[in-house]
Design a protein around this ligand. Structure first.
Ligand code: ADP
Length: 488
């Protein structure tokens, strides 16, 4: 890289600049990233703070990179992406360590699940593009063909909660479709994106095909999405930021997808395997609740209220809050002190309006943990029921019958995910049909095939990613009609 801009993060060397046109470059100013594992003591790196000049240079590089990458064959693209997937696998330990320190993600979880999932994202999209066949048919004396064309430079903006996995999930389809990319990771956890960009360079993406710009969302992110040379925007983050980016996309007539979080219900019917359901409910505290798909609203059939709660508390009592580097830890600290304050703000306001804190409800002294918290709201209109908290705070409500369960499940402005526990196949079919959400799990959670669509209803977002949905989003779809030659 040009200049000395690398940081040593617990023995892993991480570039701290932007990757623009195949070169590592800095910016006049920096921002710092600290570790939630020891906020006061663990300063990890000073990262280039992108400005409008960095955004402009990255888009220019992506325009040039698109000329090269967009005209490669799908097989060439797939080979590069497979090389990147292999490099990700080879660097699992380093990626896991850096992500763990930077965001607080459990290191063991990263090693066992998320880094591999990141590699799989590149493999899956590489293979899907190769397998794709243009559609051909004859009609009205013409040979008709539907083709995909790469759309152009794509800006991919990712959040802080699962930085590495979400970056790969969103970058892989853009690259597979033949678009050049500019990745803007979140400023709270920028480091694993730098490792990914470095591996992309090593995998052999042509200069400008894969760019990384670091910085603050409202500064460099805003400049990137406002640039008319950008032809796709893929965003995951908050509804508030989604609205801002949507306006910029509208200004330039640019398609954008937005995954904006959720407030999913976890519905437990009396005919369910109660212990499995209660165990699943307690594990919604996983990742400290910093999961958009979490079943954050427990909706439990009234007749099983007490046995459910007893089992829920039993399982929640077993959860170990600790250091994310320790394999025995179940619950990590929250990612940032500001976030913990925000989470606590929800709980304080809940107490003030008469909601009952059944369990937890306080920040843990001496770390950035927040106690796994269960709140029984005074009404369904309570803020803790209606708004995404994104922390280890669940609500508990009961319902009388199936229609009431569905009504409560569908009663927020969100609609990303839902989890249902029932022993009845017919009920599963009825309730899943009635739920307004992009993803519904019955008697299971989180497992999802990468070719399945993913996205939300309501303010949970716009569009679907996953499989061909993401490839279509990142392509221009063209219909060609050639008049059949009737003379030969
Ligand atoms: P959260 O509230 O979960 O932190 P945000 O929506 O603020 O989520 O951030 C998600 C991502 O969007 C981050 O990468 C952030 O830097 C970026 N971002 C924030 N504001 C803007 C903006 N105005 N334009 C573009 N990107 C932004």
């Amino acid at each position: 890289m040009t200049g000395p801009e690398r940081a040593d993060v617990d023995g892993v060397s991480v570039p701290t600049g932007h990757l623009i046109g195949g070169e590592w470059v800095g910016s006049p100013s920096t921002f710092e990233t600290r570790s939630p594992l020891d906020w006061d003591e663990l300063h990890l790196a000073d990262i280039a703070r992108g400005d409008s000049a960095a955004a402009d240079a990255a888009v220019a590089a992506a325009v040039a990179g698109f000329d090269m990458w967009g005209s490669t064959t799908v097989v060439e693209r797939a080979e590069t992406m497979h090389r990147l997937a292999d490099l990700i696998d080879d660097n699992t330990d380093e990626i896991a360590r850096v992500e763990c320190l930077d965001m607080g993600f459990l290191e063991e979880s990263m090693k066992l699940r998320l880094v591999a999932r990141g590699a799989l994202n590149f493999r899956t999209y590489a293979d899907l593009t190769v397998a794709h066949e243009d559609r051909h048919w004859d009609a009205k004396g013409m040979a008709n063909t539907v083709q995909r064309m790469p759309a152009g430079p794509a800006v991919v903006i990712t959040p802080w909660n699962a930085p590495f996995m979400l970056a790969t999930w969103k970058l892989a389809p853009a690259l597979a479709a033949g678009n050049s990319v500019i990745h803007k990771p979140a400023e709270w956890s920028p480091l694993s994106a730098a490792l990914l960009a470095e591996l992309a360079l090593e995998a052999g993406f042509p200069p400008g095909a894969y760019n990384l710009v670091q910085g603050i969302g409202s500064e460099v992110g805003g400049a990137l999405v406002a640039d008319p040379r950008v032809r796709r925007i893929s965003f995951t983050g908050s509804p508030a930021t989604g609205r801002v980016i949507g306006k910029a996309a509208a200004e330039n007539i640019v398609p954008f997808t937005a995954e904006l979080g959720g407030k999913g219900p976890l519905i437990v019917f009396a005919d369910a395997d109660l212990d499995a359901a209660a165990h699943r409910a307690a594990w919604q505290f996983d990742d400290s609740g910093q999961v958009c798909l979490a079943g954050a609203r427990l909706l439990v059939e009234r007749s099983i209220r007490e046995p459910f709660l007893e089992r829920f508390h039993h399982h929640a009592d077993q959860l170990v809050l600790g250091d994310s580097r320790d394999p025995n830890t179940d619950i990590a600290p929250l990612a940032h002190p500001d976030h913990r304050q925000r989470v606590h703000g929800f709980v304080k306001r809940a107490r003030a309006v008469g909601d009952t804190v059944v369990r937890g409800g306080r920040p843990v002294k001496g770390s950035l943990h927040y106690e796994p918290t269960l709140i029984e709201p005074a009404t369904n209109d309570s803020e803790v029921v209606q708004e995404e908290i994104f922390g280890p705070v669940l609500t508990f409500q009961t319902f009388e019958d199936e229609p009431e369960a569905v009504r409560l499940a569908n009663s927020t402005r969100y609609g990303l995910s839902a989890i249902i526990y029932t022993g009845s196949q017919q009920r599963a079919e009825r309730v899943t049909a009635a739920i307004r959400a992009g993803v519904v799990w019955v008697n299971t959670f989180l497992v999802r095939d990468l070719t399945a669509p993913f996205g939300g209803c309501g303010i949970s977002g716009i569009g679907r990613e996953g499989g061909d949905h993401a490839l279509d989003f990142h392509s221009e779809v063209k219909t060609v009609m050639i008049l059949n030659d009737t003379t030969s």
